[in-house]
Design a binder for this molecule. Structure first.
Ligand SMILES: Nc1ncnc2c1ncn2[C@@H]1O[C@H](COP(=O)(O)OP(=O)(O)OP(=O)(O)O)[C@@H](O)[C@H]1O
Length: 237
């Protein structure tokens, strides 16, 4: 579970996040959505401890992220753009990350590694991979340690339709196993099947936090995208 309490994040004088209060529970998959620059990645980085928090707090599993960095082992993170050592092969990269954790082979989740058939191209260097293949490696690493929380920043952006489907099915499966999944995406049509709740942000503030069910009922729509368009129209009035 993640609780965000009165979180404000400034970069010099610019306020990127303003007084955010949010609560994410296990077994949910949350879509973080909103226009470019509204603060989605900034919020994710605060949760991951990659941004320093000066005002407010974030509790992960009841512990403040400011106090104890060990909570990070409970989080799998797939960045928007993964950066890896260019001269290392896929195999060396996967093994290197494996060795940073003391996890038995039997406890590793290699389902995506197999589904993406990455072992067939294990010898390719990271620097020579296509954008989509690099995304696949990032997805494998995010799920590999069977973390309780999985954060995916624009996960399907560079993936082909088959790979997107594989990843979406994996997200649904892990959510059904009780994990907390947080996804940012601009591809709203992709979220319908996988998301249980949405958080809609604008200019560093939360405009809506709602279950998809309530969102649909309130806006008399059948798709997340239609509801978001209604919200945007209401905001302009
Ligand atoms: N390290 C930083 N220093 C200064 N400003 C920053 C920094 N990181 C983010 N910002 C600013 O904070 C705002 C929010 O950025 P953020 O990357 O969180 O947006 P986003 O919602 O993820 O956007 P996108 O949809 O384009 O990925 C932007 O105006 C951005 O320029």
């Amino acid at each position: 579970m993640i609780e965000i309490k009165d979180l404000t994040k400034k970069f010099s004088k610019f306020t990127a996040l303003e007084n955010l209060n949010l609560s994410f529970t296990n077994g949910k998959s949350i879509a973080l959505i909103g226009p470019n620059g509204c603060g989605k990645t900034t919020l994710i980085k605060c949760i991951l401890g990659l941004n320093v928090i000066e005002t407010g707090d974030i509790m992960v599993g009841g512990r403040s992220v400011k106090e104890d960095f060990r909570y990070r082992k409970d989080i799998g993170y797939m960045p928007q753009i993964g950066r890896y050592p260019e001269n290392m092969t896929i195999e060396q990269t996967v093994n290197m990350i494996r060795e940073t954790r003391n996890v038995k082979d039997a406890d590793l989740d290699t389902e995506l590694l197999d589904a993406f058939e990455l072992t067939k191209i294990f010898g390719k260097k990271m620097g020579n991979l296509s954008g989509g293949t690099t995304q696949k490696v990032s997805a494998v690493l995010a799920f590999m340690f069977d973390p309780k929380i999985i954060i995916l920043d624009e996960p399907t952006a560079g993936l082909d339709p088959l790979a997107s489907e594989i990843l979406k099915n994996k997200i649904i499966k892990e959510r059904n196993r009780g994990k907390l999944i947080i996804i940012t995406s601009h591809l709203l049509s992709e979220l319908d099947d996988i998301v249980s709740d949405i958080v809609f942000m604008n200019e560093g503030r939360v405009i809506v936090q709602q279950s998809v069910e309530d969102l649909m009922t309130e806006h008399k729509s059948e798709r997340i995208s239609e509801s978001i368009i209604s919200i945007l129209k209401e905001m302009k009035k």
